[in-house]
Design a binder for this molecule. Sequence first.
Ligand code: NAD
Ligand code: MG
Length: 297
Amino acid sequence: MSDQLDLDNPVERHPTISPPEQDQDFPGSDVGLEPGADIGLSSYRGTGRLQGRKALVTGADSGIGAAVAVAFAREGADVALAYLPDEEEDADRVARVVEEEGGTLVRIPGDVRDRAYCDDLVAKAVEGLGGLDVLVVNAGKQVACEDITELTDEQLDGTLKTNLYAMVWICRAAVPHLQPGSSIIMSSSIQAYQPSAHLVDYAMTKAGMNTFAKGLSQQLAPKGIRVNAVAPGPVWTPLQVVDGQPKDALPEFGQDTPLGRAGQPVELAPAYVFLASAESSFVVGETLNVNGGQPSP
Ligand code: NAD
Ligand code: MG
């Protein structure tokens, strides 16, 4: 089986998928995706880049967060997994990898729209891992809505709470525990600068995440804590089938990138590993675009 370090053609590295129209109830599951997504279970090889690091990853059960948690474990990190209580089955797959790699594993299910949970999440991660030096704010909510007159307060509230409030709450709780050398990484999106007509509320939050990362980086850099963001393009994950996209858009999902295909979650992981590790010691307040070639600022 090839891994992320093999030289090959990125156009063909992963198949050009044409997912059938499909629906899952929120929050969706990786194991139910058709076709399946590659979170790196057998395609990410560690090289010791995060030996002994203590990392908390939100939305770590599936998609990008799962690929990040798998990669962190393979790189030698101890990992705390945050996800919704309905996502235990997906989380099991990731937890197995952490255990196989010999790292400390902490599982902290809960809902990030709840501030008390966010505080508790950080406290439990610090306690379970014996400290914290990498925080990945990745849990996210994306629901397509074609017409702003049909955008409900419930959706608006859910999107803002999940993507923005929780980010601030979790960072606020985590910063007192972070030593110099620590790294905070947000999962932003290309939607921050190329908003789709049907994702206006979501796109707004992703721009907010980018700007928050840049601003917070200014505040924390003098303390030796780096804050950055990763902005993925189209990546095949459960988010897309729990109404993240209009159903008729699924068969062509990601085919408009210059590489001609959607990304797989495993292809995002190296960006997070880079930003988490000391290799990126001079990278601060940056947004690393991983989007298959769509021009970005
Ligand atoms: P995903 O569905 O696999 O992951 C999202 C996760 O968010 C879920 O697994 C869930 O655990 C978590 N989550 C959602 N609401 C929550 C809540 N209220 N409380 C706790 N956890 C909650 O999908 P993904 O695509 O891997 O998404 C990960 C991040 O990547 C998101 O922030 C998303 O906006 C971002 N992103 C994804 C894409 C893409 O094309 N898939 C593109 C750009 C950005
Ligand atoms: Mg999930």
